[in-house]
Design a protein around this ligand. Structure first.
Ligand SMILES: Cc1cc2nc3c(=O)[nH]c(=O)nc-3n(C[C@H](O)[C@H](O)[C@H](O)COP(=O)(O)OP(=O)(O)OC[C@H]3O[C@@H](n4cnc5c(N)ncnc54)[C@H](O)[C@@H]3O)c2cc1C
Length: 392
């Protein structure tokens, strides 16, 4: 078995990656271990993003790496395991990387017209342009499709004026542009605009006192009479249906994040039970501890199976809302159960950052709710099963 396949990947799903893909991901694993992980616990404790981790991560050039893509595009299986590996180290880091490499890149490539996609895709891969995805609003989360209230008005000179507010936007403080979804006052349809973060009328406010994902900084954004050129509008986003097409791709990425965090929590628990002794024996030798570990490994293996098959299906060109939603729903629920079990076997020390488990435990809550809550993804699957939408 290759060096990249982990002991915790008991059915060897990572063996479906090519040797070159595994080599790229092994470099990522080493960088995370040496240059990223050491900064995390203090940053989490202090509710701040450690800038020191950006250069090592970007230096790996893992968005469309040339040695993997040649003339083509990176595979979903590769980007999936990339998210897995990042989240296995830390959910904040995976979410931060995914804001650029998943959400923003997807918006540019599939929301942009042909010329925009080509130019922006390259700038995103080279980190010449940093962006985020600003869809959710203070008053519209789950019902954003029909409720989105941020407005865009075409001015006489062809430019656009944007007014409204966004909430929860991850990584916004470090972005050059905010990919902002707004409703065109003329036709009532949702469109997308790359708004410079420093444009007049844009105000960012940090969301404070979070008890989950404390390293990842989320912003509330106010837009007051913000004017952008028509070039800033992504040409292929002309209705919410187009936005849903973007979300379908993004939900798969988040499923991989849930899966990677499950692996991280499981492995941290295994490390702990090997060294902690009670009643004169390592706690890993107790039957009830082993049952919890076996259940956690089962949750991880089930998540890996779903994610791997979903990525293979997408690599064959099949992207289906219900499959992405099913994957997000199941892997996030598996994560929530797995972190609780992992925390349990670490006893009191499981609530300190030192065992790593506490970080995964708290951060799982954000993964459970972002990129569509459990309920909304269940309703998307339910609509597919029954043919009846039951959102309202
Ligand atoms: C850490 C974090 C990072 C995020 N990053 C981003 C980002 O970068 N960009 C972005 O655009 N958004 C982002 N989000 C927003 C995220 O996608 C929303 O939080 C999510 O869609 C849920 O919306 P809400 O929080 O407003 O919850 P609400 O929609 O208010 O839901 C509250 C509860 O009601 C339930 N509910 C709602 N409607 C129904 C229904 N019809 N039937 C049954 N139950 C229902 C929900 O499932 C949930 O349990 C992020 C969120 C978090 C927490």
């Amino acid at each position: 078995m290759s060096e990249f396949v982990l002991d915790s990947d008991v059915l060897g799903f990572a063996a479906h990656l090519t040797d070159a893909e595994q080599a790229a991901l092994t470099r990522l694993r080493e960088t995370l271990r040496d240059d990223v992980k050491p900064w995390l616990n203090d940053a989490w404790d202090e509710d701040r993003f450690p800038g020191e981790i950006i250069e090592p991560l970007e230096g790996l050039r893992l968005i469309e790496p040339e040695e993997l893509t040649g003339e083509g595009r990176q595979r979903e299986l590769f980007t999936g395991f990339r998210s897995f590996e990042l989240a296995r180290c830390d959910v904040n880091v995976a979410t931060f990387f995914n804001a650029q490499a998943g959400l923003f890149r997807t918006a540019c490539l599939y929301g942009g017209g042909e010329e925009q996609a080509e130019k922006l895709g390259r700038q995103v891969a080279d980190y010449e342009l940093h962006g985020v995805f600003a869809l959710t609003e203070p008053d519209h989360g789950s019902d954003v499709a029909g409720g989105l209230a941020t407005s865009a008005r075409r001015l006489d000179d062809g430019r656009w004026e944007i007014n409204g507010a966004k909430r929860w936007i991850g990584g916004a403080f470090l972005a050059d542009v905010l990919c902002t979804f707004a409703r065109d006052e003329a036709d009532g349809q949702v469109k997308a605009f790359l708004v410079p973060r420093e444009a007049d009328g844009v105000t960012l406010t940090k969301i404070k006192r979070k008890a989950s994902l404390r390293i990842m900084q989320n912003a509330e954004i106010a837009y007051t009479g913000v004017v952008v050129d028509d070039d800033a509008r992504l040409r292929n986003v002309n209705s919410f249906k187009d936005v849903a097409g973007l979300l379908r791709r993004m939900r798969a990425d988040v499923s991989w994040i849930a899966c990677g965090a499950t692996a991280g929590a499981y492995e941290a628990a295994v490390r702990y039970v090997r060294q902690r002794e009670q009643f004169g024996r390592p706690i890993g030798s107790f039957q009830l501890i082993q049952e919890k570990l076996a259940r956690t490994l089962g949750l991880l293996t089930s998540s890996l199976a779903i994610c791997t098959r979903l990525a293979q299906q997408q690599d064959e060109g099949e992207y289906r809302d219900e499959n992405s939603s099913l994957a997000k729903m199941v892997t996030a629920a598996n994560l929530r159960e797995a972190v609780a079990l992992a925390r349990e076997v670490c006893g009191g020390n499981g609530i300190t950052l030192d065992t790593d488990v506490a970080r995964f435990h708290a951060d799982a809550e954000a993964v459970y709710s972002y990129e569509g809550t459990h309920e909304i993804n269940a309703l998307i699957v339910g609509r597919h099963i029954t043919g009846t939408g039951a959102f309202v």
